[in-house]
Design a protein around this ligand. Structure first.
Ligand code: SF4
Length: 702
């Protein structure tokens, strides 16, 4: 059979690399980096280059199931519509919820939100992006008036100082990290600073590593803001012309972090190292500050984000080459989900429930009969509402909350009690599927057709190149077919993902007179052919910027009511989950280099398991002695919520008193390695994002 070549996008992280595929129309045979894609310029990391090894058909979910029995799509969707309508009639629209995923394509996300928020009338639509970067969303909205990422990857080539906070980019955003390495190799005068409790692989690039006490990030950035003022390194002209809130932010910074020696003591870093960071920050115009889950997954993540942004606003360091605060998103389409309103407090096109005008506008555009008027439950609250019996039906798509949410055992109990659990999934064996009443087989990467948006606001095409196996169907099709059965035929009668994308683009420009930053109205009339051949492009894409926009805020225009950026007063907060005499170890969780999320795909490639083949516990030598565990011995972390079993890895890259565990392993791989079972559902009060970077436990050798 002849082979074909097509371009698509990698589904494994927010870098959003372009991928060249070779396929025979039935399966992907080979992949390579797409040299034309600006995100990766021909490179792929180990996960991306193994993509074709993780798409084998074994283990795929092939048939719809109702109550354990296989059925046709017709029967399954009829049954689903009848059961949902029954629950809505008995308990109201807010008894129904969806829990979505940053793995979904923008078009899938769009119709899911439209159905729930506009037609069923429930805003209980949240997503696993809540666990990933929702604190950044709130931080950006507070500072800029919108969920607006200012920078581009190209800024790395212009920066003179790169600060990475709570980010192990070397493992989690490898192609972006390689770009940082290339920039530093080309110009060794570029300074790189890592701020992270662990000495991760990213430290290899750093001139300076601040192994701070977990949770003291805002203290460090408040210290920088206070020092900028003390050393006359502020941009007073920029502050006057384009911002508000500076005095209160500075006062809070000086109160909490005016004395560097005291900050160094509280953050448990050498004073000389802190002074070096402050010196570089005060004297380097072209400064990029990257931040990721180490900032977001915190009970004060939103304030941490704003403490970083404050330093950039106070120096006017954004909107120009080589500078700005830069959130590195985890999932391939966390950004696209945000664009269509994938979070429970959002509406579509970067509108939300904060203004009745937004609700009215979206409702009018959709001609929605049952527009939700108030925000829904965020992820942790949503599963608590299921446990209380308030939510009777939940539709989970492309995610495995039994593993990824905090207090995983409680999530299991909640789903066991839920009247109707619907799961859309590619794989036949996931923890969450075990509890599903209705199972919907979904298409996966290389089968699905649509768009994703990466960390730099770049929309790229994921292309459907091979047919889905068995009866698997595209998520957008499943949602629309259900909507039609619930009486909403006209509003969900899309011929293709291209038609959904055009509607999404039209809504982004609908009555948007430069009041919202997200605007892709320039793509509202794309033909099917133009959509299919769409080149990667950074939004906004509109009349003023038909070729896209690499950098935001160059003109000092923000999207707050008075068009000024806001500095926020930040009072640093300690993490909620503190060690105790019974549970003396701080537990940190995160990703490893070669695995993605709950390993349903990457766990299938033998070479990706070579790096780390089983759950582990990284621990400092002092703690290994204290808890009497040996290198490579099996041991168990325990606390009041659950247990996690893994192999001990003794390393001085951990701070004493702290352990690190990977987040990936599920019950499919191990009965006792689920990291989420150790974390309490403590959340940031503004974003609802769980504190997944700090739990507590004791350790027992096995
Ligand atoms: Fe895929 Fe991310 Fe690796 Fe790029 S960096 S190839 S998007 S996993």
């Amino acid at each position: 059979m002849a082979t074909l070549k097509n371009q698509t996008t990698c589904p494994y992280c927010g870098v959003g690399c372009g991928v060249n595929t070779t396929h025979d129309g039935q399966r992907i045979i080979a992949v390579s980096g797409d040299e034309d894609h600006p995100a990766n310029q021909g490179r792929l990391c180990v996960k991306g280059s193994a993509l074709h090894e993780t798409t084998a058909m074994e283990g795929r979910l092939l048939k719809p199931r109702v109550d354990g029995r296989e059925h046709s799509w017709n029967t399954t969707l009829d049954t689903l519509a009848t059961r949902l309508e029954g629950i809505i009639a008995a308990h109201g629209p807010e008894s129904v919820a969806m829990y979505l995923s940053g793995q979904l394509l923008t078009e899938d996300y769009y119709v899911a939100n439209k159905l729930m928020k506009g037609f069923i009338g429930s805003a209980h639509v949240d997503t696993n992006s809540r666990l990933c970067m929702s604190s950044t969303v709130v931080g950006y909205k507070r500072a800029f008036g919108g969920d607006l990422q200012p920078c581009s990857y190209g800024d790395i080539d212009h920066a003179e100082l790169m600060v990475l906070v709570g980010s192990n980019a070397a493992w989690n955003h490898p192609i972006l990290y390689q770009r940082m390495v290339a920039a530093k190799n080309a110009n060794p005068d570029i300074k790189v600073v890592l701020i992270d409790p662990r000495r991760t692989a990213t430290a290899d690039l750093a001139d300076l590593h601040l192994a701070l006490k977990p949770g003291t990030d805002a203290l460090i950035f408040n210290a920088i803001l206070a020092a900028l003022a003390e050393r006359n390194a502020l941009d007073a002209e920029y502050i006057d012309a384009h911002t508000e809130g500076f005095d209160a932010a500075l006062s809070a910074a000086q109160t909490s972090a005016g004395d560097l020696a005291e900050v160094a003591r509280k953050a448990d870093v050498p004073l000389a190292d802190l002074e070096q960071l402050v010196d570089w920050f005060c004297t380097t115009e072209r400064t990029l500050t990257f931040f990721s889950q180490g900032i977001n997954q915190s009970s004060s993540g939103t304030d941490k984000v704003n403490s970083i942004i404050n330093c950039h606003l106070a120096t006017g360091r954004l909107g120009r080459p080589g500078m700005g605060p830069f959130s590195l998103t985890g999932q391939p389409n966390a950004m696209g989900g945000r664009e269509v309103g994938g979070l429970a407090n959002q509406l579509a096109a970067h509108m939300d429930f904060s203004q009745s005008a937004f609700v009215e506008r979206v409702g009018r555009f959709w001609q929605a009969p049952n527009m939700a008027t108030r925000e829904g439950y965020k992820a942790v609250d949503l599963f608590e509402a299921i446990e209380r019996g308030e939510i009777k039906a939940v539709w989970i798509m492309a995610t495995n909350p039994l593993v990824s949410l905090p207090d995983a055992n409680r999530v299991r109990r909640a789903l066991e009690k839920c009247e109707l659990v619907i799961v859309s999934e590619c794989m036949a064996n996931t923890d969450t599927l075990e509890l599903a009443d209705i199972v919907l087989p979904a298409s996966g990467w290389s089968e699905k057709n649509g768009t994703v948006t990466n960390s730099e606001r770049r929309i790229s095409r994921q292309r459907g190149l091979v047919p889905p196996p068995g009866d698997a169907q595209h998520d957008w099709w499943i949602i629309c077919e259900l909507a039609k059965r619930m009486g909403y035929r006209e509003a969900f009668d899309y011929a293709s993902p291209a038609a959904i994308f055009r509607e999404h683009a039209r809504l982004s420009g609908f009555e948007n007179n430069r009041t919202r930053g997200f605007d892709i109205s320039g793509m509202a009339e794309l033909s099917d052919l133009a959509y299919d051949s769409l080149k990667p492009i950074q939004w906004p894409v509109n009349e003023q910027a038909p070729e896209g926009t690499p950098r935001l805020f160059a003109d000092g225009h923000f999207f707050t009511p008075n068009n000024r950026a806001r500095l926020l007063p930040v009072t640093p907060q300690a993490p909620k989950q503190q060690p105790s005499s019974e549970y003396p170890l701080i537990v940190n969780s995160g990703r490893i280099r070669d695995q993605w999320h709950t390993m349903t795909r990457t766990g299938r490639a033998a070479r990706l398991l070579q790096h780390h083949a089983e759950p582990f516990i990284e621990i400092h030598p002092d703690d290994a002695r204290r808890f009497q565990v040996e290198h490579l011995q099996l041991a168990e972390l325990q606390n009041e919520l659950g247990r996690y079993r893994g192999r001990i890895r003794i390393t001085d890259q951990q701070r004493p008193g702290e352990v690190f565990i990977p987040m990936h392993w599920t019950r499919q791989f191990t009965q006792t390695g689920i990291s989420g079972s150790l974390f309490a559902p403590e959340v940031d009060p503004f974003s609802g994002q769980p504190e997944s970077k700090q739990g507590r436990a004791t350790l027992k050798p096995l």
